[in-house]
Design a protein around this ligand. Sequence first.
Ligand SMILES: [Zn+2]
Ligand SMILES: [Zn+2]
Length: 323
Amino acid sequence: MKVHFWGTRGSVPSCFSAQRYRDKLFKVLEQVQGQDLAGPDAIERFIEQLPFSLKGTYGTCTPCVEIEVDPQTYILCDAGSGLWSFGLKAHQNKKPVTYHVFLSHLHWDHVQGLPMFAVECKAEDTLVIHARHEETEAFLRAQMNAPGFPVTFDELPCSVIFDVRKPEEAFEAVKGFQVSTLKQRHAGDSYAYRFEKEGKAIVYATDAEHHEEELDPKDTPFVDFFKDADLLIFDTMATVCKEMSYWGHSTHCSAIMLSAWARVKKVVLFHQNPALDDEALDQLLEDARCFRKEYFEKNKSINKGECYPQSIIMAYDSLELDT
Ligand SMILES: [Zn+2]
Ligand SMILES: [Zn+2]
């Protein structure tokens, strides 16, 4: 299964300024001194060895993750500003397309990309909004009311279907993907989604408050929900604010503890704090890898000497992963 990350920041888009670009450029040029950069291959090798914070940027858009289905069907987790970037690709498709958007909850950063995305859809396209919050339709309609947006919900060119289910009611499978959910601790509640097909499992679990110092992996439904996942996309927004309060979010340490107990193969640190720059996120990834090593050394019995998660990835806009 292929997964594309279109938006990975939490709360608000994190702008990338001209000054930040210039600072990066300066640091790269400092490292160029004395290097042999004759020819494209040598340049490529030089770029490759740079830290991610210099050769790229973690990105700016709010949550939107695509799970590849087929050329005319898409599964999307959340509709943050990354949905608009996804639309630049998807709207090139001349055939009728069905978009299945699974909403974790209705906070602005998870729905703000929907109006601009939906107005670009074709008349033959279908947008299916899957959610657990009963106010979903009313809220998404209100989001497009004047004076907030120039096109009303009823004027959208495509068909829109709301598939809003009560917590006890299961979602139907989408093109062979079984979908299950779990309620998470967050203001107004949020829901984690688990997508399974042909023995592979991807879990999208953002905007969830887990206190690492109180976390008892033997006494939480999340270990079962994450069990043996090939990929876990997990909230790390609280990394810099937990001293004040978790504010409905989690840290990289909770991501690793839960992944270790659930034997998650790859964990993606997601919904990063928009205040963190690229260098800070490089450091956070390094901290997460150190924490995994320490946690594994102290808890070797958990998985009979095997280390989980097997890999830790910091999410960035345009990241693509194969499970
Ligand atoms: Zn959020
Ligand atoms: Zn939220």
